[in-house]
Design a protein around this ligand. Structure first.
Ligand code: AHM
Ligand code: MG
Length: 340
């Protein structure tokens, strides 16, 4: 059987850009290295003393798990040393790390936003968790970063992806030319191409939402949930409900099998719970590149103008026809806002 490693795949892709200096290749290699280290720790989590709470909170006021801190440390450390990045931002830190000063990497082209270990509150129960990353190229030429560098929308991502630490560990990413998935072969320590040119089915059977928040949802979302449960064999309804509570795992399942994930506005989270820069944007990029769709209900995720590192937004993401169904249900609410 012929295999193609992630490294070989990236090198092959980069031959299309003879002017490329290999920085992007090295950046992806760094992400892959950090992912392998996190994979190693996640997989021995039951044996080593790394399960459970760290005893501290992150910037969002959420309890940090030991593995959150570990993953954050390795991704930051490896990406920082690599020299390709002028800016790094993690869910776990209030401020991003600006490396654009002359003493760091003023010629570093890339800005990386990441959630080092999403869904980590599940880890003690052996539930799949993931790393999500989003990569931009700085738009200002060099030296100190400028406002315009931080104002880029998700559509300007040059690459995005995630690593899922599940029954196997997979790295899924896109550079804007489709989506490819690589499965880690632990025996050789390499991510190998296993899911070339992934496409999300136009229509799936699964809807994923934390339905315990039902009373906090808008009328449109409540009506959509009723639609999911109605009997209609022609449209494969009732849909099946699947919610892991680990975004990467819920998204990955829907990407492979077709489905929709929703985390809409609630009274607890009036702007949605998930974060734009390192959760919603990268997954929206992957979804669109795989033929799916991602919206807040109001506008495409990738068109949101960012205004803060940890800003939140509602997320409706997955199979194109399923996202469009939700948009029909929330249309009236959107029109009310637009006309008010
Ligand atoms: P985290 O970044 O603190 O891990 O939180 C994000 C997680 C997502 O993985 C998941 O989709 C969501 O929070 C679940 O939230 P809830 O428990 O409210 O359903
Ligand atoms: Mg997260």
């Amino acid at each position: 059987m012929s295999i193609q490693t992630l490294e070989q795949f990236i090198t092959e892709q980069q031959t299309q850009f003879p002017q490329a200096k290999g920085e992007f290749t090295r950046l992806l290699q760094s992400i892959s290295l950090a992912a392998k280290i996190v994979h190693r720790e996640v997989n021995k989590a039951g044996l080593a003393d790394i399960l459970g709470k760290q005893g501290s909170q992150n910037i969002q006021g959420e309890e940090q798990q030991k593995l959150d801190v570990f993953a954050d440390y390795y991704f930051l450390d490896i990406l920082k040393k690599a020299g390709e990045c002028c800016y790094l931002a993690s869910e776990e830190h209030e401020d991003g790390l600006d490396l654009s000063s002359p003493s760091h990497y003023p010629n570093g082209k890339y800005m990386v936003y990441f959630d080092p270990l999403d869904g980590s509150s599940n880890i003690d129960a052996n539930v799949s968790v993931g790393t999500i990353f989003s990569i931009y190229r700085r738009v200002s030429p060099s030296g100190e970063l400028q406002d315009e560098d931080f104002a880029q929308t998700g559509r300007q991502q040059v690459a995005a992806g995630y690593v899922i630490y599940g029954s196997s560990t997979m790295l899924v990413y896109s550079t804007g030319k489709g989506v490819n998935g690589f499965t880690l072969d632990p025996s050789i320590g390499e991510f190998c191409l296993s899911h070339p040119q992934l496409r999300i089915p136009e229509l799936g059977k699964t809807y994923s939402i934390n339905e315990s928040n039902y009373n906090q949802f808008s009328a449109g979302i409540k009506q959509y949930l009723q639609f999911c449960k109605n009997q209609d064999p022609a449209t494969q309804r009732p849909y099946t409900s699947r919610y892991i509570g680990s975004l990467v795992a819920d998204f990955h399942r829907n990407l492979i099998q077709g489905g929709i994930f929703l985390y809409p506005e609630t009274s607890t989270y009036p702007n949605g719970k998930l974060r734009l820069m390192y959760e919603c944007n990268p997954l929206a990029f992957i979804a669109e590149q795989a033929g799916g769709k991602a919206s807040t209900g109001f506008l495409p995720i990738l068109d949101i103008q960012p205004n803060a590192l940890h800003q939140r937004c509602p997320l409706i993401i997955g199979s194109v026809r399923m996202v469009e169904e939700v948009l029909l249900y929330v249309k009236e609410e959107v029109e009310l806002i637009l006309n008010s």
